[in-house]
Design a protein around this ligand. Structure first.
Ligand SMILES: [Zn+2]
Length: 621
C-alpha cells in the first residue's frame, strides 16, 4: 500500500499497547530497519514474512490497509507518522509530536492516503472512547474523529514517573517506584529505621496497592534496602524480586533475622507492656520473610534481563557497587533509555570489597548522599583502631563493636587480624557474637571471586578472617554468659546502629563502666541509639529503661561502607555525558544540600533533591 505509518517511538512497548483492550486504531506500515521488524511483527500478530510484505515498497506486494490496521492503546508514548519515501505519497519527512504538548492532534490527511482515511473514518465509533461507553483506566487519553474535514487522532504523551517512597530526605527506607503507565517497578524495598516518625512509616498503609507492582529490584541486602520486602509480600505483592546472587544469599540471612527481631520486639513489648498497642504485633513474621525469599530471582552482574514477563524492552542489569557482597547499581533500560539506580555506593581502595564499578552514562541517575557533606578521615592504616584496642586492654575493659552483621564484620576482623599479625595490638579474645555475621562471613568466603582482588582470602575457609583468639558465639546462653563476664575482650555484635540485636545486652552491661569502650564503625542514622551515643548522650534508653553512659564512645568513619563526598564526585566524574537529571536520595538534609551544590557547581549537571512521596516525571525522550 501507499504507506502512512503510525508507530510508537517506544517500539518495544508496542506489543503491550496493541494488546490492550479498548484501544483505538491507526494505520501502520513503514520502511524500517531490520531490528524493529520482529517487535512489530509480534505486535501485529503476523509472521515476519507477512510483515515483510506489509512493509515492502513494491506496490504489488502492498497489503491492504485492513491487514495492517493496528490497535494502539490510549497510552501511546509518542506517535510518529512516517510518510513513504517512494514518492507515491506526501512528504518525505517524519513528523514527531511535540512532547511538551500534553495533548496533540495528529492529522491524517485523507489526501495523503484516501484509503487510509476511509478505513479510519469507517471505524470512527471505535476510535472515540466516549462512544464505547466505558471509561479508560487512566482517563480518556485518545480520541479519533473527523475535524475540519481531516481525520484526527488525539493522543496523550505517556509519562514515565518516579515516586520516592523512602530514602528521600533520610537514609533509610529506600523505595523508588518507577511507573511506566501499564507497569510499575519498585526499586529497593527498604525498612525505615531510626527516628520514630520514620519508623512509623513502616506501619502506614503502602502508598499504592502492592498487588499492582509488577516487580521489585533490590540493589543490595542491607535492611534499609530490602527489609520491607516481607511486609510488601504480606500486603499482596506477587511479582518477582530481582537481585544478584550475593544479595539473594544475604537476604536468606537478613530477612528471617529481621522477622525474628520484629517478633521478639513485639513479644518483649507485650511482656513488659511498653507498647501503646495491646497486643503489640510484629511488622511481619517469619512466614512473611519466607514468602519474600521465595520471590527472589537472582541475576548475575552485567547481564541485562527482562523485568516483566512478556513485556520486552524493559530490562534490568546489575553492576557491582562495591558496597557489600552482591551490592549493585541497578540499570533499568526502557527502550534505548536508561535509569541508573545507584543504590549505596562503595569506597575506593578499601579492603575486602572491590572499588565501585565506573559508569559512563545514564539518562537518569539516582545517587546516594549519605556522606555528601563529608570526607572520611584519611586511611591511617589502622592506627586509631590500634590505639583504641590498646587503651581498652590497658584499662582492663571491653571493646564493644556494634556492627552490621553483614558488611562491616568482615572489615573489622580484617583490621584486627592485620594489627595483631603486625603485633600492633595486644592479643585479646575476639568474640563474634552474631550467628548471622558468621553465616555472612561464610558467604563472603564462598564468593571470593567477587571480593577485592588484593585481599581475597587465601582459602575459602571462614577462619581466613579470624584473629588468633577469635571465638564465635552461637547460642543465646553463650551470649548471656559473655555479657556477664568481665574478661577483657573485644566483642563484635549486631546491630550496627544499636537499634536491636544482641549488642543491646552487651551495651546494657558495658556502658555504665568507664573501663569499656564502644566503637561504632558505620553510619549512625538520626534517632538510633548509635547516633545518640555518638552525639555524647549521658544516658540511653534500652529495653524500656535508661542506662547511664560512662564508657568511652568512639567512632571510626574510615570503616564506613559508603562513599564520602569526594568518592561520590570521583565516581560521577566517570560519566562521559551528563544525565538529563540526577536525583539525590539516601541522605539527611545537610549532606543532600552540600552534594547538590557540588554537583551543580563542579559538573554543571541538573540536580534535584528527592522529597518523600514526591512524584517526578522522567524525561526519557
Ligand atoms: Zn547499604
Amino acid at each position: 500500500m501507499d504507506g502512512l505509518v503510525a508507530l510508537s517511538q517506544h517500539l518495544s512497548q508496542l506489543p503491550r499497547m496493541l494488546d490492550r483492550a479498548g484501544s483505538t486504531h491507526a494505520l501502520v506500515t513503514a520502511e524500517h530497519n531490520q531490528r524493529r521488524k520482529p517487535i512489530l511483527a509480534g505486535a501485529f500478530g503476523v509472521r515476519q514474512t507477512v510483515f515483510q510484505r506489509m512493509l515492502c515498497r513494491e506496490k504489488r506486494h502492498d497489503a491492504r490497509p485492513r491487514h495492517i490496521l493496528a490497535k494502539i492503546s490510549h497510552e501511546v508514548a509518542q506517535v510518529i507518522f512516517f510518510l513513504r519515501t517512494d514518492g507515491a505519497v506526501g512528504e518525505k519527512h517524519e513528523r514527531v509530536l511535540p512532547r511538551q504538548t500534553p495533548d496533540c492532534v495528529v492529522r491524517v490527511d485523507p489526501r495523503v492516503h484516501t484509503l487510509a482515511g476511509g478505513e479510519l473514518g469507517a471505524r470512527g465509533s471505535q476510535l472515540c472512547c466516549e462512544h464505547r461507553g466505558t471509561r479508560p483506566e487512566r482517563g480518556e487519553k485518545i480520541r479519533g474523529g473527523h475535524r475540519d474535514g481531516a481525520f484526527t487522532i488525539q493522543c496523550t504523551t505517556v509519562t514515565t514517573s518516579l515516586t520516592f517512597l523512602g530514602a528521600a530526605g533520610s537514609v533509610t527506607g529506600s523505595k523508588h517506584l518507577l511507573d511506566l503507565g501499564d507497569h510499575r517497578i519498585l526499586v529497593d524495598c527498604g525498612l525505615f529505621q531510626g527516628l520514630k516518625e520514620l519508623r512509623l512509616r513502616n506501619w502506614a498503609a503502602f502508598p499504592i496497592d502492592p498487588s499492582r507492582i509488577d516487580a521489585v529490584i533490590l540493589t543490595h541486602a542491607h535492611l534499609d534496602h530490602c527489609g520491607y520486602l516481607p511486609r510488601l509480600v504480606g500486603q499482596g505483592f506477587r511479582g518477582r524480586v530481582f537481585c544478584t546472587p550475593g544479595t539473594r544469599d544475604l537476604c536468606t540471612l537478613v530477612l528471617p533475622d529481621s522477622a525474628r527481631i520484629q517478633e521478639e520486639d513485639a513479644r518483649q513489648a507485650n511482656k513488659h507492656r511498653y507498647s501503646k498497642h495491646v497486643p503489640a504485633e510484629p511488622l511481619y513474621t517469619a512466614i512473611d520473610a519466607a514468602r519474600a525469599l521465595d520471590r527472589l530471582q537472582p541475576v548475575g552482574y552485567n547481564r541485562p534481563v527482562p523485568v516483566i514477563p512478556g513485556v520486552p524492552g524493559i530490562e534490568v542489569e546489575f553492576i557491582n557497587a562495591g558496597h557489600l557482597l552482591g551490592s549493585a547499581y541497578a540499570r533499568v533500560r526502557i527502550g534505548d533509555k536508561s535509569i541508573l539506580f545507584g543504590g549505596d555506593l562503595g569506597r575506593y581502595g578499601r579492603p575486602v570489597l572491590p572499588d565501585p564499578t565506573p559508569v559512563t552514562e545514564a539518562d537518569i541517575l539516582l545517587v546516594e548522599s549519605t556522606y555528601g557533606d563529608r570526607l572520611h578521615e584519611r586511611d591511617d592504616d589502622g592506627e586509631r583502631l590500634a590505639r583504641i584496642v590498646t587503651d581498652v586492654a590497658v584499662r582492663g575493659g571491653r571493646l564493644i563493636v556494634p556492627s552490621f552483621a553483614i558488611g562491616r564484620v568482615e572489615e573489622v576482623l580484617y583490621w584486627l587480624k592485620r594489627l595483631e599479625d603486625q603485633r600492633r595490638i595486644p592479643v585479646l579474645p575476639v568474640y563474634l557474637d552474631s550467628p548471622m555475621a558468621l553465616a555472612a562471613l561464610q558467604l563472603y568466603t564462598g564468593r571470593i571471586a567477587e571480593l577485592d582482588e588484593e585481599v581475597r582470602p587465601a582459602s575459602r575457609l571462614v577462619t581466613a578472617f579470624y584473629t588468633s583468639r577469635t571465638v564465635t558465639i552461637a547460642s543465646v546462653q553463650q551470649s548471656k554468659d559473655l555479657v556477664t563476664s568481665r574478661e577483657p575482650a573485644i566483642v563484635i555484635a549486631s546491630s550496627g546502629m544499636a537499634t536491636g540485636g544482641r549488642v543491646l545486652h552487651h551495651l546494657d552491661a558495658a556502658l555504665p563502666d568507664p573501663r569499656n569502650t564502644v566503637l561504632f564503625v558505620g553510619f549512625q542514622a538520626a534517632g538510633t541509639r548509635g547516633r545518640v551515643l555518638c552525639d555524647g548522650a549521658k544516658q540511653v534508653k534500652m529495653h524500656g529503661q535508661f542506662v547511664p553512659v560512662a564508657a568511652r564512645i568512639e567512632k571510626i568513619d574510615s570503616m564506613s561502607a559508603h562513599a564520602d563526598a569526594g568518592e561520590i564526585m570521583r565516581w560521577l566524574s566517570g560519566f562521559v555525558r551528563p544525565p538529563s537529571m540526577t536525583y539525590l536520595v539516601h541522605g539527611e538534609d545537610g549532606p543532600l544540600q552540600a552534594l547538590a551544590g557540588r554537583i551543580a557547581s563542579e559538573r554543571q549537571w541538573p540536580v534535584h533533591i528527592a522529597k518523600y512521596l514526591e512524584r517526578v516525571e522522567l524525561n526519557l525522550s
